[in-house]
Structures are given as structure tokens and as C-alpha cells.
Design a protein around this ligand. Structure first.
Ligand code: PGA
Length: 256
């Protein structure tokens, strides 16, 4: 199955509007103007909410997708500090990351709230990058697959086969995020194959063949090629290395 690769930069709580616009200018200047370098991968960036507008402006005329890092499940209401899908769509944001492990770890995100957010985003016509991943403790206990299966089944509860077409999964082992430790090519491939097979069981074999599963966790130019060469790895969700134009461009090129 031919799946278009994705290189997505998760900027986390980095980059003011001015800094974000500068990073896009640097990407454009060094990326042949199109910020795609080649037409093969889909290239996306996920700035903080307050930086989105400046990045959209800077990315005008390029195929760069500008998304958000989170979304609430209600359309509006008394949810201080939250942003709804309707608000994002109004500003032309059509992609959102949901369930990142930092949200789960530090902000009380559960599979139930992840599922609510996914449903709300899809209902608003958005596309989702849904993050899953095990902690080091879970890996050492040998329960990685059980943990991931629980996350996938909960997070995708009530999501139909048709809706699944608007979801990209990101496998991000928690122990590899921002730590400099990367899963080996084999470790990552093994999990990706497991998750793909699980989608096959939950939905259909064609669905499993179509869904894109990104790897995330200290992906950088030095290790990207090996990871991206794995048959079930369809791209990367990149934190640290997405903040430097040269590194991000190298990652895009590795996916070409
Ligand atoms: P990292 O972050 O590349 O800095 O490890 C990845 C992520 O959290 O999406």
C-alpha cells in the first residue's frame, strides 16, 4: 500500500509569533521556496495557538500544513484556557495533535478525554494526529502491546471506518521523547506493525493498509533514514529537531 509520508514538527511551547515566522522564512529560503523540498512527504508544523496566525501568514503560498497542538471537545463554554475546534476551523486550521504524552503526563489527559477530543475535532471537519505510547516502566514490564492496544481502542471508541481516514497515528514511546534516546529501527517497526495489525482487527485490512503511523521520540537527521526505511513507519512527529530549520529540512529530505 502506497502511503504518503508525513514530516510533522511539534513545536510544543516554543516559538513566539515573531520567532515562528522567522523559522518558516528560514525553511522557505533553504527549501527551494516550497517548503516541501520534494513533493513526496506532507510537511506540517504545529505551533502554539498564539503563533499560528503568524506562521500561516509566513507559510502562504507553500504546501506547508499549519496545525494546532490540542483542541477541546465542547464547541464553547466555561472551559478557561481551552480552545474549540470551531475556533481553529475559523482560522483555517484543519489539523490537530491529540493525546500527546505531555498532555497525558502533565495535564491529566485520559483516554476518555482524548476520545472526546478526537470525536469533536472530526465532527468539526478537522484531521487528527493521535498520539499513543508506553512509558519506560511499561516497556520494562513487557506490557507495551497491552498498553498501546488499550490506548488505541479507547481513543478510537465510536470512530467509524470512514472517519479513520482523517486520522494519522503517532507512536511516541514516552521514554524516547526529548530524552535523546530513540527506539531502535527494529523496536519501532515491531510496534508499528503491531498497531497496524490492531487497526486491521478493529476495522478492516484495507484500513490497516491505508492508515499512516508516524514515529516520534528524538527523531533527528542522524537516525531518520533508518526509521523511515521501515515498512510500517510512515513519517515522523518531531519535537526538538523541528525547531531548527536545517534539521527540519534534513528530516523532510530523508522522507523524500
Ligand atoms: P522530540 O519530541 O522529538 O523532542 O523527542 C517528539 C514529540 O514529543 O512529538
Amino acid at each position: 500500500m502506497d502511503r504518503k509520508k508525513v514530516i510533522a514538527g511539534n513545536w510544543k511551547m516554543n516559538m513566539t509569533a515573531a520567532e515562528g515566522a522567522q523559522l518558516i522564512a528560514d525553511l522557505k529560503a533553504n527549501c527551494g521556496g516550497a517548503c516541501g523540498c520534494c513533493s513526496a512527504p506532507e510537511v506540517m508544523v504545529f505551533p502554539p495557538f498564539t503563533t499560528i496566525a503568524a506562521v500561516q501568514e509566513a507559510a502562504k503560498g507553500t504546501p506547508l500544513v499549519v496545525g494546532a497542538q490540542n483542541v477541546h471537545w465542547a464547541t464553547n463554554g466555561a472551559f478557561t484556557g481551552e480552545i474549540s475546534a470551531k475556533m481553529l476551523v475559523e482560522m483555517g486550521v484543519n489539523y490537530v495533535i491529540i493525546g500527546h504524552s505531555e498532555r497525558r503526563q502533565y495535564f491529566g489527559e485520559t483516554d476518555e478525554t482524548v476520545n472526546q477530543r478526537v470525536k469533536a475535532a472530526l465532527a468539526a471537519g478537522m484531521k487528527v494526529i493521535l498520539c499513543i505510547g508506553e512509558t519506560l516502566e511499561e516497556r520494562e514490564k513487557g506490557v507495551t502491546e497491552a498498553v498501546l492496544e488499550k490506548q488505541v481502542r479507547w481513543d478510537l471508541a465510536d470512530i467509524t471506518k470512514e472517519q479513520l481516514e482523517n486520522i494519522i497515528l503517532a507512536y511516541e514511546p514516552v521514554w524516547a521523547i526529548g530524552t535523546g534516546k530513540t527506539a531502535t529501527n527494529e523496536q519501532a517497526q515491531e510496534v508499528h506493525a503491531f498497531v497496524r495489525a490492531l487497526i486491521g482487527k478493529m476495522y478492516c485490512p484495507v484500513c490497516a493498509g491505508k492508515i499512516r503511523i508516524l514515529y516520534g521520540g528524538s527523531m533527528k537527521p542522524a537516525n531518520a533514514e533508518g526509521l523511515l526505511a521501515q515498512p510500517d513507519i510512515d513519517g515522523g512527529l518531531i519535537g526538538g529537531a523541528a525547531l531548527k530549520a536545517a534539521d527540519f529540512i534534513a528530516l523532510v529530505k530523508a522522507a523524500c
